[in-house]
Design a protein around this ligand. Structure first.
Ligand code: ADP
Ligand code: MG
Length: 242
């Protein structure tokens, strides 16, 4: 069974028909990178995958459970999905450690001690075990993004969604975040990553999905989609970004 299966997904904002029938699966352990021009619906697709946006038509299955079904326990399904945004969205008034424990104690009902143990392990994983008492403002953008990754990991997600996680960073800070993501991928984490980092997609992705105009134009191994695209629209896009 696929970890995530999306069937005939349609999403409109008013008269703007943004997703026009997306069919798509992510297998356990797979790293899928989504590429495509601005406005093609990449963020909307990620947000529909955990129902931050409710699609007008179509279904999203997580481990076989239809999370678009009204009877589905959405919070339980969502807990399996971690999300990392372009803007890190940390709580500014909470320390790094508290940012990584708050959802564990409130949502998962873990004890403070247990939550801190998990948080410290994940902060260690992203190379920030020396920053537990710092506040977000005291950190660089790259460090803040790594805290956001540690926070998401602390919920033990089955799937991690990344929406352009390095786009808001100064160029010299991008590498640290990509290194953490590369390590996560090697550890077997299932990841769905919207990115403009073609070198990362080429190296880390098992599959690359090219979206344009709310549809998947082509998908396959990076060597094909980036290295030798079949579709003219993909070639045009790659000429602009490579
Ligand atoms: P991408 O991430 O590929 O740049 P998006 O999914 O962000 O594309 O946006 C696709 C289209 O949907 C754009 O035309 C955008 O203006 C529109 N859109 C996205 N989110 C909203 C929203 N919350 N309300 C209205 N329109 C939206
Ligand atoms: Mg986007």
């Amino acid at each position: 069974m696929a970890l995530v299966e999306i069937k005939n997904l349609h999403k409109s904002f008013g008269s703007n028909h943004v997703l026009r029938g997306i069919d798509f699966t992510v297998e356990q352990g797979e790293v899928v990178c989504i590429i495509g021009p601005s406005g093609s619906g990449k963020s909307t697709l990620l947000r529909c995958a955990n129902l931050l946006e409710v699609p007008q038509e179509g279904q999203v299955f997580v481990r076989g459970e239809d999370i678009t079904d009204r009877d589905c326990h959405l919070d339980a399904a969502r807990q399996q999905i971690g999300m990392v945004f372009q803007q890190f969205n940390l709580f500014p008034h909470l320390s790094v450690l508290a940012n990584c424990t708050i959802a564990q104690t409130t949502v998962l009902k873990r004890s403070k001690a247990e939550a801190e143990k998990v948080a410290r392990a994940n902060l260690d994983r992203v190379g920030l075990n020396d920053k537990v008492t710092a506040y977000p403002m005291q950190l660089s953008g790259g460090q803040q993004q790594r805290v956001a990754i540690a926070r998401a990991l602390s919920m033990d997600p089955a799937l991690m969604l990344f929406d352009e996680p390095t786009s808001a960073l100064d160029p010299e800070l991008v590498g640290d975040v990509l290194t953490v993501m590369r390590k996560l991928a090697l550890d077997g984490m299932t990841m769905l990553v919207v990115t403009h980092e073609m070198a990362f997609a080429r190296e880390v992705a098992d599959r690359v999905v090219f979206m344009d105009g709310g549809v998947i134009v082509e998908q396959g191994p990076p060597s094909e989609v980036i290295g030798n695209p079949k579709e003219e629209r993909t070639r045009t896009f790659l000429r602009r970004v490579l």
